[in-house]
Design a binder for this molecule. Sequence first.
Ligand SMILES: [Zn+2]
Length: 386
Amino acid sequence: MNKPLAISGASIGFDESALEDHTVLVDNGNIIDVLPTNRVPQNTHQLVLNGGTLLPGFIDLQVNGGGGVLFNHNPCIETIETICSAHTKLGTCRLLVTLISSDDATTNAAISAAIEAEEKGIPGFLGLHLEGPHLSVARRGAHSEHHIRAMSQADVDTLCRAKARLSYFMITVAPESVSPEQIEQLSSAGIVVSLGHSNASFEQAKKAFARGARCATHLYNAMSPLGHREPGMVGAVLTQHDAYAGLIADGVHVHKAAIKTALAMKSGPGKLFAVSDAMATTGSDIKEFELDGRTISRKNARLELSDGTLAGADTDLYSSFNYLVEKVGVDRSEAIRMVSSYPSACVGAMDYLGSLIPGHAANLIYIDQEARLMQVWVDGQAQLTE
Ligand SMILES: [Zn+2]
């Protein structure tokens, strides 16, 4: 029988909430205790770190690709493995693999691949996020107009059947393409309904929240903005206190003053969290890739279609965390929650994901004194060679 792993020598967490001289005890992929180092049992495998900080592994609710591949190109189990493997090396210990609006065959393949990934327990896999195709053409961003359409009852049935086999399932919809009744059906089935790629009015968005939507997708980007007479979807999200919102914190998608505004408004229970919206480039050195026959180019930390439309982000959650702390001035402990416990709470996984506490999965990252990522553990398994 394997001995429990005892990880010591680093601070656990940041600043006033940090635990010093404590050890994280890991067994069978879970954190079984966090205790003073002088009380660690004898019969353990000891790993003594040289200073630095242990933090909860990141949770990313919007990941289109990584490691050179895009989920849309070939939505199968191997693609999910490649994406998860690229992101776990960057500190993301659980992710929702995300399909950008596509045709029915591709969407069905994505659902089947996600179910298979859950059954096989692919390291790093949390669930599926379908971003579309029930969106607004007016706010499509990089989504192909040809795929965008209203939701039918058959779609609702397909999605609810998929949810029965997926623990975590998020879908981004625009209220213009989905009825309030459909939102209620999806959320009652346990699907996390997130509003986005939408030109909805403030009232339309509020009605969608009242019927069960609980999140917004990449707040500010591809949604009706906050105007002083028509507060739009942004106004609805910022004033809906129980709604969560994902945000792309890469220094390209959203101005830091807009991030500060949202942080001031989202005081809870719904919170603002970071998503990468990563594409194929993350964790690879490719310079361009295709989406629906269009080339997306990587330059100056941006991913763009030929007309300059942003098409996902060239980032990862560790970079987002650093951006939030260094450029936006977010407190380090809060920035960590924005990439761990808040996304976990958004999808209802707080009982076992997102914190370094007994009973949670042993998803940890270790950064040294210079804030360099030194090690990542997914379910207790080290991801980087030491
Ligand atoms: Zn999007």
